[in-house]
Each structure stands twice: as C-alpha cells, then as structure tokens.
Write a protein that binds this ligand. Structure first.
Ligand SMILES: [Zn+2]
Length: 326
C-alpha cells in the first residue's frame, strides 16, 4: 500500500483544505470519464479516492498517522501486541472505510459542476440554504435575506484549474471558488417547519436554490399540521357555571363559550382559525384545551368555599380508576 500522503502529493502536515484541493485536482485528472478505457487511470482514481477517504476524516487520519493503516484487523493485532499483559484493550474506534460519507457529496459537487455535464458550467449550479423565521412570519408570510454558500466555476481558469504554467492563481488549481451570495427569499403564508421554497441566485453562474425554512416555535401557539393548539386557563367558577371567554388565535382574539360543567383538559374547536394551507388555501382549526386554575392563596373564607365546592361532587372523581396494573 502506497503512502496516502504521497498518493495525494501532500505533506504530512497538510491541512484539510490543502488535502481537499489536492484530491479534487487529481480526481479530475484521473477520472475514468476523462480517461475512457484506461486501466491505469482507473487504478489511480481508486487509489486517490481511498487516500482521500482516510485523510479527509480526522479520526481515520489520526489512526493512519499512528498505525500506518486503517485496517481494523491489522490495528487490533498491533494494539494487542503493545498492550501490557493482563491490561485492558485500548480504546480505538473504527468506522467503515467503505462508506463514502461526504465523499459522495463532494463528487456530486465536483462532477455536477465540472464533469459529466460538460466543463463550461452550462448547468446552473444548485445550492441549498436555510431560512430561519419566527412563528408569526411563517403564519403571515414574509420575505427574508439568507446567505447562500455555493461553489462556482473559477472565472479565471474557467474550471480547468491551470493557468499558463502551474495551477491557476485564483483558485489554486481547484477550478472552483466558494462564493457566498445573499439572496432575498419570499416565504408564503402558512409555510411549515422543514418546508422548502425555491429561490434563484442571480449574477454570473445564476442558479436555483432550495431554501429549507426553519420556523422558531411560539411559546403559546403550537402548530400541528394546519391546526393550532393552545391551553387556556379558566377559573373553577367559569368551568362550573359556563362562561364566555376570550381565546387568542393567530387571527386575533375570538369570543368563545365554554359550557357549564366543563372539565379540566376538555378540548374545544374554533373552526377555520388555524393556519391557511399552502396548497388548498383552506384554513385549519384552532383547538384550545381548558385548564382549571386553582387560587394559590388560602384564606379562612376560601377554605370554607372550597369545602362547600367539595360537597358538590356526587361521587369520588377517582372511582373506576384501576388501583394497580393487573
Ligand atoms: Zn481558477
């Protein structure tokens, strides 16, 4: 097995960025698509991939630096041989080298921009961004500015990576630059947490951006699908006698009746007071759960009132509950 640093042509002190650049440069040069039918290119390409899989992963790189291999059996053998007799096995973790991990993503990036679809950057790059908005903004719709980090073809070398003699001075041979654009994203009313909206990033190398919307939760209004759920405290008198109370909704306050004899935990619905569905345009509902609040201050008059309230219960409210798990 060749020295992995040698394979990528970098020194042992090379940083992550340098390793990545070296990998990209070599992977492009030796990619089978660029060298059809060349067994040598295929072998080199595989070697480069394997070297990068190890050196781009801090954990595996450490292992490689320490043991000169990431082969589990080989490391275990060496570990056993250096462990003092009767000692505990040393702790080292090993993750499958076969897993592509971010290597796969990198390839999508690499060949999405430079490889199979042609080297001119004819395919607009796609990128992802995250927009974090407040609950109220999600309900009403908003417009936010989000940064989009994306890779664009190097304008100096046009993605080739070389400039006259040696690597391109602008991109260092990578053929691409990472660029951050700030784009304005229109978020429609009714958007939910995790929903995506499309936006476009302009300028040279314009393209589509998939924006994932993250909605910060509200401490009072809880959204489930298109419905809103809240908890509304009432007094014992209101629950017992019935009352008209005000219930806050995302559309503003609503006067709502609670019937006499309402139980704590009972749930009521306000039709159409939920979130407007993005696709159907139909509003969800607002559900409010009544919770009977108990006065905290105990006074002689309160004690007497409470005793009388206690007499109102015809039966033990806990009658019929199981006393244990049968
Ligand atoms: Zn360049």
């Amino acid at each position: 097995m060749r020295d992995l640093y040698e394979v990528l042509g970098v020194g042992r002190q090379a940083g992550a960025e340098e390793i990545k650049k070296a990998y990209r440069r070599l992977a492009r040069r030796h990619h089978p698509d660029v060298n059809p039918g060349s067994a040598e290119a295929e072998r080199r390409f595989k070697e480069i991939q394997e070297a990068y899989a190890v050196l781009s992963d801090p954990e595996k790189r450490r292992q490689y630096d320490q043991f000169g291999t990431v082969d589990e059996a080989e490391i275990a053998r060496r570990w056993r041989s250096r462990r003092p007799a009767g000692g505990q096995p040393g702790g080292f973790s090993f993750r499958d080298i076969g897993g592509m991990g971010d290597l796969g993503d990198l390839f999508g990036e690499l060949f999405g921009s430079f490889g199979r679809r042609g080297a001119t950057g004819a395919t607009p790059p796609t990128a992802e961004a995250i927009a974090e908005i407040d609950f109220a903004q999600a309900v009403r719709g908003t417009s936010v500015v989000v940064p989009v980090r994306r890779e664009v073809t190097c304008p100096q070398c046009g993605g080739a990576g070389s400039g006259g003699r040696g690597p391109c001075s602008r991109c260092g041979g990578a053929g691409a630059l990472v660029q951050t654009d700030r784009i304005r994203v229109k978020v429609p009313a009714g958007i939910g947490d995790g929903d995506r909206v499309r936006a476009t990033v302009g300028g040279r190398a314009a393209g589509e951006v998939a924006v994932v919307v993250r909605v910060r939760p509200d401490r009072f209004f809880e959204r489930r699908g298109d419905d809103i759920h809240t908890v509304v405290p009432v007094t014992f008198a209101e629950a017992y006698l019935g009352a008209e109370i005000e219930v806050g909704t995302i559309h503003g306050p609503v006067r709502a009746k609670i019937p006499p004899g309402t139980q704590s935990g009972q749930k009521f619905r306000l039709r159409g007071k939920g979130v407007r569905n993005l696709r159907t345009g139909v509003n969800g509902d607002h559900y409010y759960t009544v919770q009977i609040a108990v006065p905290r201050v105990v006074s002689p008059a309160g004690r007497e009132s409470a005793r009388r309230v206690g007499e109102l219960y015809g039966a033990d409210p806990r009658a019929g509950l199981p006393r244990s798990l049968d």
